[in-house]
Design a protein around this ligand. Sequence first.
Ligand SMILES: [Zn+2]
Length: 325
Amino acid sequence: MNPQMEAEPVVKLEIPMRRNPLGKTFSYLLKESATLIDTGVPTREAMRALERQLQREGFKPGSLERVILTHLHVDHMGLAERLSALGVEIWASAQACERLEVLREESERFFDLLVEEAQAFGAQEYLAYVDSLRHLLPPTPPNLEVDQTIRDGQTINLPGATLKAIWTPGHAPEHLCLHWESQRILFSGDHVLPKITSHISLRPHQDQDPLADYLDSLGKVEGLDARIVHPGHQWSFENLAQRVKELRQHHRQRLEEIHRAIKGKERTVFQVASQVHWESRPWRQMDFWTKRMAAAETYAHLKHLENLGKAQSTLKNNTLRFTAL
Ligand SMILES: [Zn+2]
């Protein structure tokens, strides 16, 4: 084995994620403390991949001491319930506990919220479709207990590793990055990814400004000393400050694009989203669920413009309309 590889204190595990264009997530094993950062999706295939790669390092899932979750999205916490059942401790941010509560409530009201959202976003052509889904089961909320909560700025002393927790809301309100200062490693979860931009979304029933949170949270990591950044997707990378700069630039341009789309006219969220240039595919080719994600991202930007005093919204017949100021 390459001696440099041997000296690397982190083992990167690839967990497959089918039916998602990203194809996989990364979990990171800190061997000395038997700690896993993030888990992957809750499928048998993912669990097998985790088991196989842990075994190669002399571990079994049940011999892990703890899992630290960067956030509660299913591709990161999906296997946490199974690991918890094997006696592995679940560690997550203090905000994750509140978020679990909210996710349970939202799941109970899932279809009502979906119909309200379609109305609020001006997705008239999908109203009958979303209304017809009511007989389906809502998505199951995570049934997870957090054993140990982590505060913003907390130093986590593990055998062989000291991690500083940095609360980085934006992509998710509970998102944590972990900085291993002595090794100059940042575990960035989905906060900073090497090529794609993190999904920043807002729903009409939420009274927040996740884009403001996200931009603030970029400020919390951009100056960190990191020789390498280990993200939740794509690949590990070195140029943290440069990447943060690009992400700020991306959101600045997107805000300008959206501001132009509502200049001198009143537009619904769906109308604005249809004008945005989407990297993945054109708006016209998106199915309802992809449009819904794009609209939630658009709404986060519209809300941020409104909070900056650059836009205003009105609510007529349960539909939001934005215009530039
Ligand atoms: Zn993710």
